[in-house]
Design a protein around this ligand. Sequence first.
Ligand code: PEP
Ligand code: MG
Length: 592
Amino acid sequence: MKDQDATEVILRGIGGSPGICIGKAYLVDKEGVDVVKQYVLREEAVPAEVGRFKTAVKKAQEALRRIIDETPEEFRQHAQILETHTVLLEDKLLYDRTIEVIEKEKVNAEWALKKVVSLVKPMFENMSDDYLKQRAEDITHVSDRIMENLVGADQVNIAHIDKRVILVARDLSPAETSQIQLERIKGFVTNRGGRASHTSIIAQTLQIPAVLGVGNATMEIKNDDIIIVDGKAGIVVVNPTEQTLLETEERRERYEIQKALMVRKSHLPAQTEDGIRIPVMGNIELPEEVVSVLDHGGDGIGLYRTEFQYLSRPDFPGEDVLFENYKDVIDVMGDRPVTIRTLDINGDKAVNYIRDTRELNPALGLRAIRYCLKKPEIFKTQLRAILRAAAYGNVRILIPMISGIAEVEQAMAMLDEAADSLIRQGFAYKRDVPVGIMIEVPSAVITADILAEKVDFFSIGTNDLIQYTLAIDRNNRHVAHLHQPLHPAILWMIKRTCDAARAKGIQTYMCGEMAAEPLFAPILLGLGVDELSMNPQAIPMVKDAIRSINTENVAPFIEKAMTMTTCAAVQELLERSFGEAVGRLEPDLEEL
Ligand code: PEP
Ligand code: MG
């Protein structure tokens, strides 16, 4: 969406991570690769065009060779796939046929390559042999590399950007976002992305303002345009007027001051007016973020998304690397709880060295515990590392995406096996740690009473629970408006989970993004959630909100809220009942 002033243009998207930044735009990808046009060549231009194609292939080969050479010795065998790509670059099917098309049809190299790929790829895709089927993906990788050289699109490595800029991209994967250098990148804007996407979660953890799902950002914004990113309102102002700049700068300062004030109070306990203490924990993706949890007054780690350690490597990490990593986090946290979630890969966190899990519908595919149970050796390596690290602190284990009791039983059996193997080999370890499950699949809510018999705690993952209950892809901007935590179905699911847990004497925590909204604190406490965990920068505000609540007022509120039939009605009741008490940060740009 776009509003136009005399000179400035306002683009609207989804608030991905709060905060305001002003700076120069830096486009990290070009649209060129997708929009290949056909040109007919004069006869005499054909040899030069063939030469241009050959140069592009050569450049791609050199780039691949450099990557292979730079791969550390211990991972060399895994660079094999890149070796395959270097061979594919000169494969007759691709190389010779593209040259043939340029020569025979007298068309530009981009068009010829595109045509050949569109013929060759389905040949692989339609093969019955799974291995050969997957080679279709290699054809895409290889042809993209050549195409980028032909159209001159930059392959930008986010980790290497050395300017103080605001990134503008079609999309940023969670792994790319986690590589952002905070001292250089002020914020980012993407065409794609939805509410509660992992990209937005990481931006929040990094405290970097972000607007996602703008749709046309890479078309409307040019390199070096001055832009304002308001990550709370989900607004980007392109080429703002002097007046807007001045007002925004003032607002940015006010926001920072308020935030600093809030952080100052963050070390006070989150205790309700009537004396009930609620632990408020932090979610982390990488060990370095532990400091931020402590700085923001977190009582522990409520969710350690361990899969990020797997995303930024050329291969699966070994047990010792994982052990050291977990121990680093545990050492910093002392006796505070550290909830280590086992691998939640795939879905939108695909690891590029897993070659056999290309799926049409990854969110419903071989993700998280499903993947781990299919790959026991990978799971066991992680479980052994966690049990070894558990000997050094206050560890809880959390298993993601449980959909039924069988998965819990299998995971527990694997934990026992991991422990047994550690005893046999004489390692120090601790098996007696609380083991809980994420409640993020509707079937887990429905069978919560059965699951509660087998585990020590529940942790509700609202990001996925909303995705799977309301059938809303959390990465899809077109349905972002439907991602509603206050939907009556979600509230009833939370209630059912908490009731089932309480009846069996275990606690229910929440580590989905819903826990990070201060205004939702009364409803969550009222429904029976015992502990909240969130991106670190949200901790001070949520603690503040809890301090303003008197639980005596919560029970009658819940009774009323659970009779409401729409999100809007619940929201209105919440605002009316607790809006004033729950202090909120500065309003957004829309109010300018
Ligand atoms: C969730 O689904 O709410 C959750 C906390 O896990 P993740 O966001 O990593 O899927
Ligand atoms: Mg989840």
